[in-house]
Design a protein. Structure first.
Length: 156
């Protein structure tokens, strides 16, 4: 019996001194919409890697007025952090520094290879530009292969 009482007391103490996280539940039903609006606005800003600024959304929620503003900021913070982390994980656009001159036939085949390489990589297919041999003339095969290989590696 002492053990159960001691265990219950220990759990109660830990629960009281543990910092509480900002959750929608803390906002109550009256301010749930402010929290959700904050999450949406934060997600939009974070996805575009904009500067963290909940005030940038104007007077949608009175930021300085009590619980409503607090709930909005909590939601904005969570939405922003999640979306910004996802945006930073996205692969950057491929650099085509060594690609043929834009507007040339060689570049057109390079771009076609890049398109097919990206698609194959995203579908977890092996790196084999030859499966698309019906898309290029043998004279332009090196450019198709170059684009395919470059973009396959970028999106794999």
């Amino acid at each position: 019996m002492k053990f159960i009482l001691s265990l219950g007391l220990a759990v109660a103490v830990l629960w009281i001194i543990q910092p509480q996280e900002a959750r929608a539940a803390n906002c109550g039903i009256d301010f749930q919409h402010a929290y959700e609006k904050g999450v949406r606005d934060g997600r939009a800003d974070g996805a575009h890697l904009y500067e963290y600024n909940p005030m940038s959304h104007g007077r949608k929620v009175a930021m300085k007025w009590g619980e409503r503003g607090t709930c909005y900021r909590q939601g904005y913070d969570i939405g922003y952090q999640n979306a910004a982390a996802d945006a930073q994980k996205r692969p950057s656009r491929p650099s085509h520094d060594n690609a043929p001159t834009a507007g040339s036939n060689e570049r057109a085949y390079y771009d076609d290879g890049c398109h097919e390489g990206t698609g194959d990589a995203q579908m977890n297919m092996s790196m084999a530009y030859q499966r698309h041999s019906d898309m290029y003339d043998s004279r332009f095969e090196p450019y198709f292969k170059q684009g395919y290989d470059h973009c396959w590696e970028m999106f794999r």
